[in-house]
Structure formats: structure tokens, C-alpha cells
Design a protein around this ligand. Structure first.
Ligand SMILES: O=C(O)CCC(=O)C(=O)O
Length: 208
């Protein structure tokens, strides 16, 4: 697959490398939900973006909308707990997240879902990750983003102010507590994003 990326001037190393997680900053969203954010956790993220875009076996999905099957506007890949991740730095990221959140989460991050937003026309609508246990239990979803930053928006279920976090170029966000039940998130379409972003979502077993 051919890619083209607005490279970051601050991220020119070829070897993807994780920094420490000490700089993570928590924002309490209320109703038991919070987000942790660490900009630029991964350096060399542009090289990782290029590699993932080219080498991951991306899947295009379709979904029923009224009487039509429409293309889901992003590409997807899923790695279960037993699957080798598509780059060793992602295994190291998962290990580091498991260690950091072990006590608070009480279980490891196991799966990795990858989403490829090819340009600003790709998006995901408002939702919470509630297919599995996130519908009933507090949990965490940790997202590492590479490529051109896109806004992740969060809003309380039932209405309220929107929180906006631009994420790309190695940024980390962790949505925790009741976030998947009491808040929703989305990545809206963007007229500005001419190139791609890949998000890697680490989740515990049974959270989708
Ligand atoms: O791209 C992102 O960072 C969000 C992905 C997401 O919300 C999802 O796939 O459930």
C-alpha cells in the first residue's frame, strides 16, 4: 500500500523508541472516568507508521446501513493475546503499559486493535468500547497513535462539554475508570488531515 505522511520535524529517528511513562498526566472527567495523556511517548513514530501502513494485513469492513452495505471508513487489524504484534516496539509498549497500570487495572492489557485512517475522510463515529466487559465494568483502553495527528473527541453519555485531544506522532492516551460506560469517543472527519494516522489500542481480555 502506498502511503504519504506529513512527517514530524521533531520525530526524525528511524528506530522507534519508547520513553518513560513518568510524564503521564491524568485528567479527571467526572462520573468515575479519567484520561491519562503522554504526548510523544514513542519517538521514531513516523518510521513505525510507514512500516505498519505497508506491512499490516489491513482489512476493509462493510456494515449495513438501512438497506445498503457501506464501507467502514478506516482499515482494521486485530491481534489477539496469542498473536505476534506487527512490530517489536508494540510488544514493548504493551509490556510497559501492563507494568505501569498493573495495580490499578488488576489485569494485563492483552489484545491490540489497529485502525488506519488513510486521510481526513476516514473516521469513527461516537461510541464507547462496550461490546464486551466495558459495558458493565471499569476498565482501561490505552491508545498509541502514529502518523498525522487527528482529534480524538470525548463527551459524556447524555450530553455535556466535549474534550478534544489531537493524537499522532507517538502520543499516548489511556481512557480509564468508567470512561467506556459513562463517556463516548470519536475521531471525526477532518478537512485538514491529508495523510494517514494509525492508532494501536491495547485492551484487557474481553474488552472490545
Ligand atoms: O483511533 C482512535 O484513536 C480511536 C479508535 C476507537 O475508538 C476504536 O476503534 O474503538
Amino acid at each position: 500500500m502506498t502511503t504519504h505522511l506529513q512527517a514530524s520535524l521533531f520525530d526524525q529517528t528511524d528506530e522507534p523508541r519508547l520513553g518513560p511513562l513518568d510524564g503521564v498526566r491524568r485528567t479527571d472527567l467526572g462520573s468515575g472516568a479519567w484520561i491519562d495523556v503522554l504526548p510523544g511517548w514513542l519517538s521514531g513514530s513516523d518510521a513505525l507508521f510507514e512500516q505498519l501502513a505497508a506491512e499490516v494485513p489491513w482489512r476493509a469492513e462493510r456494515r449495513q446501513m438501512y438497506d445498503q452495505l457501506v464501507a467502514v471508513p478506516r482499515l482494521l487489524a486485530f491481534y489477539g493475546a496469542a498473536d505476534a504484534l506487527p512490530h517489536p516496539v508494540l510488544a514493548r509498549a504493551r509490556e510497559a503499559l501492563c507494568a505501569r497500570y498493573a495495580e490499578e487495572l488488576g489485569e494485563p492489557f492483552t489484545t491490540a486493535g489497529l485502525c488506519y485512517y488513510r486521510d481526513g475522510r476516514d473516521s469513527v463515529a461516537w461510541h464507547g468500547d462496550r461490546i464486551g466487559r466495558g459495558a458493565r465494568e471499569d476498565t482501561m483502553v490505552a491508545i498509541l497513535s502514529v502518523g498525522t495527528p487527528r482529534d480524538l473527541l470525548l463527551r459524556p453519555v447524555g450530553g455535556g462539554g466535549t474534550v478534544r485531544r489531537p493524537l499522532g506522532h507517538g502520543d499516548l492516551i489511556v481512557m480509564g475508570g468508567s470512561c467506556q460506560r459513562t463517556w463516548e469517543h470519536c475521531v471525526p472527519k477532518s478537512a485538514r488531515a491529508a495523510s494517514g494516522r494509525i492508532s494501536v489500542q491495547f485492551r484487557p481480555h474481553g474488552v472490545r
